[in-house]
Design a protein around this ligand. Structure first.
Ligand code: MG
Length: 381
């Protein structure tokens, strides 16, 4: 069955300190209102009614212009009047569920919406709520008594009811401002299911609530990817350095340093993941200091740059492309060497090898190609 939603965003936000009303304050780069509006739309709301103040109607239409079924209407002086204005703007079947939601509860997960709608099948209404975990005291400056918390729940939103039943309950409501829609339906004798809500559905009320919301809104860490490619030419010699391991061979790779193409590709992948240019910028091949340098120096430097940014290497994946020497017998030693250079667990290092079946410069054994991918976790910017 379809459902519609009413988002109440018309309050004066008197407790939230100076600034714009709560639905219009910035949260993670967009207004608070946008969070739950997008969540309800993504969950499939057929109609999405946003109730706001007269001076914000155009702003709401612009902010949410891409959401299907959007209707923006003016609210009233009290929350219940705003909800009624939102219900009046709805169409569709009279028994269609309506989810009433506070704009000031931005972190609305799809799972909560699904739970509330599902519970409505066996009840006259359903609301998101959480059991009270704290001991409850009555009193002012001092305790006048303890309250048994057994069976007590904190009501959240969304609160879901068939549209016609909620309208009728409002019409029968004797007056005074109800605490929520459930109270109105209770007065009409409805059976209302308590559905497990979400601690993140807390209502932005006090100035400090915005700090907590901001920390939830912004990802703390983010993943960056980098790639690195390197090739070196085969020349005369009796062995080759690959991924920090010396392998006896009837040729050597030619290069300014030790020509370890595997470590060079890994170094470039790490530098790429943190936007730090390439290995040639950090270690110019024209600089005599790096002649014959073990390439572990370069990789360790890239690893240190990741660490200096508070970052962490998640995974490295390297493919060596050559006909010879055989890589497989040395693979574990290579993984251990790379892990040791970077100070990471060996499980984060993957080394693979392939040939080009005789084709191209690797096939003709003119040179060896190394290609690497790195995934790095960094503090989010
Ligand atoms: Mg190189």
């Amino acid at each position: 069955m379809t459902f519609s939603a009413v988002i109440v965003a018309a309050g004066a936000s008197l407790r939230a300190g100076p600034g714009a009303p709560k639905p219009w304050r910035d949260l993670g780069g967009r207004p608070v209102l946008a969070w739950s509006a997008r969540a309800l739309s993504a969950a499939g709301a057929r109609r999405l009614v946003v109730v706001t103040t007269a001076d914000r109607i155009e702003a709401a239409r612009t902010l949410l212009a891409d959401l299907p079924g959007l209707v923006v209407v003016e609210g009233g002086a009290a929350r219940s009047l705003s909800v009624r204005a939102g219900l009046a703007a709805l169409d569709g079947p009279p028994d269609e569920p309506v989810l009433v939601h506070d704009a000031a509860r931005p972190f609305l997960e799809a799972a909560v919406i699904a739970r509330v709608l599902s519970a409505l099948r066996d009840a006259d209404g359903a609301i998101a709520a959480l059991p009270v975990p704290d001991s409850l005291k009555r009193g002012g400056g001092e305790i006048a008594g303890s309250v048994d918390r057994e069976g007590l729940w904190r009501a959240q939103t969304p609160q879901a009811f068939p549209r016609a039943a909620l309208l009728a309950a409002f019409q029968a409501w004797p007056g005074g401002e109800p605490t929520d829609e459930a109270a109105v339906m209770e007065a009409a004798g409805a059976r209302i299911a308590l559905v497990h809500g979400d601690p993140r559905l807390f209502k932005l009320t006090w100035p400090e609530d915005f700090d907590m919301a901001e920390s939830l809104a912004r990802p703390v860490r983010e993943v960056r990817m980098g790639q690195g490619i390197d090739a070196h030419r085969w020349g005369p010699g009796d062995g080759v350095w690959l991924c920090g391991v010396r392998i006896p061979h009837d040729a050597a790779l030619v290069g300014h340093s030790d020509a370890d193409a595997g470590l060079h590709a890994l170094t470039d992948a790490l530098l790429g993941a943190i936007g730090e240019g390439d290995i040639g910028q950090h270690f110019p091949p024209t600089d005599p200091r790096w002649k014959g340098e073990p390439s572990a120096t370069f990789l360790a430097h890239a690893g240190a740059l990741v660490s200096a940014r508070g970052g962490r290497i998640l995974s490295l994946d390297l493919t060596l492309v050559c006909e010879r020497p055989k890589v497989a017998p040395h693979r574990e030693a290579m993984r251990q060497a790379v892990a040791a250079i970077l100070g990471i667990d060996v499980s984060r290092v993957s080394i693979k090898a392939t040939t080009t079946e005789g084709m191209g410069y690797t096939g003709r054994q003119e040179g060896l190609l190394a290609q690497a991918l790195a995934a790095v976790e960094l503090p989010a910017t």
